[in-house]
Design a protein around this ligand. Structure first.
Ligand code: CMP
Length: 152
């Protein structure tokens, strides 16, 4: 089992796409083990997007990500990091394949609706940025036996 950090970005919240987006993760059989709405501060934005702070698009990205609330989630499942990224599609909504969340709902590089960790190290770092250990609710979904074989 793997865990990844997912953010429903301000465009997802403002466009009333939260329910449908969360539904994609649930439909896939992934398990949401933590979730909260919050306002990202400029300081948190700089920590989250540390690798992008020097890039030309960063000022616009910070204005966007702090411009309305986000919903942060920790999502758990087999290969959850890659499986979630596959559900999102390519970074730019202009390039993402139809059938993916961004491919179906976004036509923008910046306003791409959802963020997800891109590897095990960022997943750990980002989970700790948004959640304390006590906010994570580990549980066994009653549907588990019908989502995958016992030895998977
Ligand atoms: P995300 O997956 O959250 O990681 C970095 C974010 O920066 C990305 O999604 C987009 O929201 C944004 N981004 C990436 N590339 C560009 C770009 N060229 N111009 C504007 N925003 C970008």
């Amino acid at each position: 089992m793997e865990r990844t950090l997912v953010l429903l970005k301000p465009d997802c919240v403002q466009r009333r796409l939260m329910g449908r987006t969360i539904g994609r993760f649930e439909d896939k059989g992934l398990n949401i083990v933590a979730m909260k709405m919050l306002q990202v501060t400029p300081e948190l934005a700089r920590q989250h997007y540390a690798e992008h702070v020097e890039k030309p698009f960063y000022p616009g990205l910070e204005e966007f990500i702090t411009g309305a609330p986000v919903v942060a989630m920790i999502i758990e499942g087999l290969d959850a990091i890659q499986v979630v990224r596959n559900l999102l599609g390519a970074t730019s909504g202009l390039k993402a394949e139809p059938g993916t969340i961004r491919g179906d709902f976004s036509g923008s590089q910046q306003m791409n609706l959802v963020h997800a960790s891109d590897g095990p190290e960022s997943a750990q770092r980002e989970q700790e940025l948004y959640f304390s250990a006590g906010e994570i609710c580990s549980y066994e979904p009653t549907l588990s036996a019908w989502l995958k074989a016992a030895d998977e």
